[in-house]
Design a protein around this ligand. Structure first.
Ligand SMILES: [Zn+2]
Length: 134
């Protein structure tokens, strides 16, 4: 399953980033997915739940932002958004526009963390004396 390996690699990357903030929980992960990235959103959401199980990302929301395909037309000298992924033609002049500017993205846009409560036991503050231990 293509989407499962994508989800797993996102979980891995996010866990790594989040490990710099001990005690925090990952609340939301935003993803940029181009229309040509051949990712099925529903399938990815399903795999996301599987891949985040028993990880620090459990319960984190996956927000997918779809990016339209953008081609650059030399003739018109503009970047143009293309509707279908089938025809990469300039919508202005109809010329074949092979210069793909956007559409293949599959990247993490941002990660939202739940900061730990400042008064949570064991977090921050000065170290507690250990003499009470018996
Ligand atoms: Zn054109």
């Amino acid at each position: 399953m293509h989407e499962l390996s994508i989800a797993a690699s996102i979980v891995e990357a996010v866990s790594e980033s989040a490990s710099a903030y001990p005690g925090s929980r990952v609340k939301e992960v935003r993803l940029r997915v181009g229309a040509l990235a051949s990712v099925v959103e529903d399938s990815l959401q399903f795999c996301w739940e599987l891949a985040t199980q028993d990880t620090p990302l459990t319960g984190a929301l996956l927000v997918i932002r779809k990016l339209p395909v953008v081609v650059h037309c030399d003739g018109c000298g503009v970047d143009a958004e293309v509707d279908g992924v089938q025809s990469l033609r300039c919508p202005r002049c109809g010329a074949l526009a092979a210069d793909l500017r956007q559409g293949r993205e599959l990247e993490i846009e941002s990660i939202e963390l739940d900061e730990p409560e400042p008064n949570e036991p064991g977090m921050g503050g000065e170290a507690k004396p250990v003499e009470e231990r018996k």
